[in-house]
Write a protein that binds this ligand. Structure first.
Ligand code: PLP
Length: 404
């Protein structure tokens, strides 16, 4: 994905031509980028051969999950729907972990019947519920317990999950008592200690702290965990000023940890696998001039991409076609939805935009389409995969017949 002669291309296709053929707004994914991300991820941690479970909630498109599966990845799921989707995509159940604070009896039953690798439990009540269902099915079910390591992930507060006040996991004291409880249980086999401290983490230090907390609690529990599930959260740069999480430093910290605690490491990356593979192509409907800034009214809105409205997240928005004439303007990119939060960003721009121009919202592969909705009864956009000089529609644009 890059500009060639002022036009933005994915592989050999210009965004202009893609938009002409498939309409806008359109999610477009680059297979090459996806492959690069997975190969790089594997290579960065290859010395300890982790099980990499793609966090399906970041992108639930079955065709993308199928591609990810081909690289040998498993799945981290957080609902029955996601578990069904992962299985339908052909992911081996022995590579699936089930996370989440509120799994219902129905979801637990289903997970047990599919013999997945681990149900990562997040409370005493949940463990008892798993035990009850396992017993009535005459099974011994393999589980993990999610610890809240009380580690500040130093990310947006809305996507931090590993601090004392967060709803996720159990505190150290509860963790130790639950370990004892599981040891005695006939229907539960505790195999994993899991954590996930948050998302979009760019600094390796919170991970180092988390690993120290893990080492301590493993020592205190004197329990041998077959798996240590470190969760996901590896961040990517959404703007030019930042760098992605330093895998080398994280890798070193884990290797140090493994010298004392020999277990299989599980990762649950979502964003770092799929985030930068996707762009959202949108057309400018109107430009409304204002004294301080011009409003660029796009045909994409918060129902297509809610991250800016939900977390104040930033996405680069660039023109599909660069113009040579330079100007200085402040543009505010907004959607047509009847909400003041339906805006993407305010940016200083160096080129003039016109009505009907195409723009590209970058790095929307993770938590883009999967958080999409039909708010304002807008149709969900088309999803396209660009692979080996071929464009495939991997999800059709919704039609009014679909939703009315
Ligand atoms: C959301 C989530 C992930 C994935 O997080 P990313 O930031 O996308 O890597 C992994 N594990 C759990 C338990 C999650 O809730």
């Amino acid at each position: 994905m890059k500009y060639i002669k002022n036009k933005f291309l994915i592989e050999k296709f210009t965004v202009e031509n893609i938009a002409k053929k498939y309409g806008t707004p359109a999610y477009c994914y680059s297979y090459n980028r996806l492959k690069e991300n997975i190969v790089n991820f594997k290579k960065s941690f290859k010395s300890f051969k982790p099980l990499i479970c793609f966090a399906v909630k970041s992108n639930t498109n079955i065709n993308l999950i199928k591609e990810i599966k081909k690289f040998g990845l498993g799945a981290d799921v957080v609902s029955m729907g996601e578990l069904m989707m992962a299985l339908k995509a052909g992911i081996n159940p022995k590579k699936i972990v089930f996370s989440g604070v509120g799994k219902t009896a129905n979801e637990i039953k289903y997970a047990i019947s599919k013999n997945i690798l681990l149900i990562n439990a997040e409370s005493k009540s949940e463990i008892k519920e798993i035990e009850r269902i396992a017993k009535s099915n005459k099974k011994k079910v393999e589980i993990g317990i999610r610890l809240n390591p009380n580690t500040d992930a130093k990310t947006l507060s809305q996507i931090s999950t590993g601090k004392k006040g967060n709803k996720f996991g159990v505190d150290s004291k509860t963790f130790l008592s639950l370990t004892k409880y599981c040891k005695k249980s006939k229907n539960i086999n505790l195999r994993c200690l899991s954590v996930h401290i948050g998302s979009q983490i760019l600094d390796h230090k919170p991970y180092e702290k988390m690993l120290k907390v893990l080492s301590n609690i493993i020592k205190k529990s004197s329990y041998k965990f077959d798996f240590i599930d470190l969760g996901g959260g590896m961040g990517i740069p959404y703007d030019k000023l930042r760098k992605k999480l330093n895998f080398k430093k994280y890798n070193l910290a884990i290797k140090k940890f493994l010298k004392i605690n020999s277990s299989t490491i599980i990762f649950e990356p979502g964003r770092s696998i799929i985030g930068n593979t996707g762009i959202l192509v949108s057309k400018i409907i109107y430009i409304k001039k204002n004294t301080q800034k011009d409003f660029i009214i796009l045909d994409a809105a918060m129902n297509d991409l809610i991250r800016p409205a939900l977390y104040g997240a930033f996405h680069r928005i660039l023109p599909a076609k660069k113009k040579n004439k330079k100007i200085k303007k402040k543009y505010e990119f907004v959607g047509p939805i009847c909400e003041s939060t339906d805006k993407f960003s305010s940016i200083k721009y160096s080129q003039e935009l016109n009505e009907k121009d195409l723009v590209i919202i970058h790095d929307v592969g993770a938590y883009g389409m999967s958080l999409g909705s039909n708010y304002n009864l807008r149709l969900k956009p088309v999803e396209l995969l660009i692979k080996n000089s071929k464009i495939t529609v991997i999800r059709k644009r919704q039609t009014y017949k679909d939703i009315i």
